[in-house]
Design a protein around this ligand. Sequence first.
Ligand SMILES: CC(C)(COP(=O)(O)OP(=O)(O)OC[C@H]1O[C@@H](n2cnc3c(N)ncnc32)[C@H](O)[C@@H]1OP(=O)(O)O)[C@@H](O)C(=O)NCCC(=O)NCCS
Length: 171
Amino acid sequence: MAAAYVRNREHLEPWDPVRAESFFTEAGQAVEVGRQLEDRERDKRHTFVLWHGPDVAGRIAIDNVARGVLQSATLGYWVDHEHLRRGLATALVEHAVVAGRALGLHRLEAGTRPHNEASQAVLRRAGFQEYGRAERFLFIRGEWTDHVLFQRILHDEPLGNPQTGNRVGGS
Ligand SMILES: CC(C)(COP(=O)(O)OP(=O)(O)OC[C@H]1O[C@@H](n2cnc3c(N)ncnc32)[C@H](O)[C@@H]1OP(=O)(O)O)[C@@H](O)C(=O)NCCC(=O)NCCS
């Protein structure tokens, strides 16, 4: 992970929060991955890594899982700058849709900065619909930035249906 984040530092910089230097080290990534594993246990965040041989070539996270009557989560993803325009981000988002359904989620949401045309195209290709625009939505690179919001409804089964694995508890 550390090597992938070093390789992709400039590529990801415009879209990511400001990272501490430790984020780009093996020790820093050991801490990050440990957090991801804990979050998976707590059903808060489910992270998937795309491999190219021994290298990490991308990542997607189903994050901010909200249960109860919402059954919703947000997506965050990136693909290595050497592997762009091969449909990999679309495949990652489609994978998250399948995983989200298996987790019993009803809806996935993703927000993109207004000029992130690549990410918007990926979401449209993966069946997401634009449903709004939120002003001063996320703190990216030192400012509260507007975002275009997309969602995909995963199913219309009732809450608590064992067939969709809905977990009613939690929040
Ligand atoms: C956005 C990102 C994940 C796209 O990854 P990708 O693997 O290249 O995407 P795909 O190959 O699945 O692209 C699918 C379609 O999106 C569109 N697209 C992709 N990159 C594009 C670009 N730079 N400009 C315009 N359209 C683009 C194209 O329509 C493309 O289909 P095509 O190649 O057949 O024309 C990648 O550019 C990235 O990692 N960006 C930085 C991080 C980021 O923005 N993450 C999302 C935050 S919301």
